[in-house]
Ligand binder design. Structure first.
Ligand code: AMP
Ligand code: ZN
Ligand code: FE
Ligand code: FE
Length: 284
């Protein structure tokens, strides 16, 4: 078993993960993770529970984080924010607005599925999302339960991916605007899972102008060759090569357990040093 000391990308029940923040942190700690970020989609609501849990683990550093997604022509761009000033009221209002728009979007996707002859109950989708930010994985799980398809991955492949027949776009925010939103609360912004972005090198200059400091290189099931290629891009743009498992607890062949990524200590130290320079309390 290979475990990195750090995992900078994880999800809990406060968005589309399966474990509560407490269960997630317990699991990561047991596996040897000592620096971890909770990066739920469009919400910081899991952080109070997460920070309460870390009281059990004096040698664990918890980084307050978030993941915000955007649609661009033909694909999606996701941005992580680490060491955000998560108690900022204006920031919380923005996230609340994003979560409300997720509700309308999910509802439209459920309508599209019904029109495609694959109905799922809206009540069931909402109850799978529970108190968390609703997203496509909740719809995917309802599709599996309804017997329309065999797995969450298949739901994405057939219906819910960016170019799938049941996909509905989110409200228009550009990737650069998302980086700015994160930077506005002293967050350190990292481009998430960039492997399949065709326009990666065209995108990076504008994101860096907006404040991007890192790019995920060590991610989930990325192969050594893919890591190598992305590492070279990060180096060329002087971005910190970061990464994480993106653990959701949903299974599937691409899933990696918390910390099960070849993320070296050195880039993590660079991230922590930057956070310290900016006075982030969790980095001191
Ligand atoms: P949403 O936030 O509603 O756009 O849903 C995005 C989430 O869906 C991602 O964070 C992943 O958890 C999940 N996801 C995206 N693509 C896939 C896929 N091909 N297979 C399984 N899960 C996916
Ligand atoms: Zn997710
Ligand atoms: Fe993502
Ligand atoms: Fe994620």
């Amino acid at each position: 078993m290979m475990t990195s000391r750090a995992d900078l990308h994880t999800h809990s029940t406060f968005s589309d993960g399966v474990l509560s923040p407490t269960e997630l942190i317990d699991l990561a700690y047991r596996r040897g993770v000592r620096i971890m970020a909770l990066t739920d989609h469009d919400t910081i609501e899991g952080l109070p529970e997460a920070f309460a849990t870390t009281a059990r683990y004096p040698d664990l550093t918890l980084i307050p984080g978030v993941e915000i997604s955007t649609d661009v022509p033909g694909s999606e761009v996701h941005v992580l924010g680490h060491f955000i000033d998560w108690q900022d009221q204006e920031f919380q209002r923005r996230l609340l607005h994003m979560r409300q728009s997720r509700l309308g979007r999910a509802r439209k996707m459920v309508d599209k599925l019904a029109a495609l002859g694959k109905p799922v109950s809206w009540e069931r989708v909402q109850s799978l999302a529970s108190e968390g930010a609703i997203g496509r994985p909740h719809i995917a799980r309802a599709l599996v339960e309804a017997g329309h398809i065999a797995s969450v991955n298949e739901a994405f492949d057939l219906y819910l991916s960016r170019n799938g027949p049941a996909y509905v776009e989110r409200e228009r925010l550009t990737p650069a605007q998302v980086v700015e939103i994160i930077a506005a609360v002293n967050g350190l912004a990292t481009l998430a899972h960039p492997r399949d972005l065709g326009q990666l090198e065209e995108l990076l200059p504008q994101l860096m102008t907006a404040g991007l400091i890192g790019m995920e290189v060590y991610y989930q099931d990325y192969s050594p060759e893919e890591v190598e290629r992305l590492r070279a891009v990060a180096d060329r743009f002087a971005l910190i090569p970061l990464g994480g498992s993106d653990y959701h607890g949903m299974g599937g062949p691409q899933q990696r357990e918390p910390g099960d990524i070849p993320l070296p200590d050195e880039p993590v130290e660079r991230l922590l040093a930057l956070a310290r320079e900016r006075g982030a309390p969790q980095a001191l």
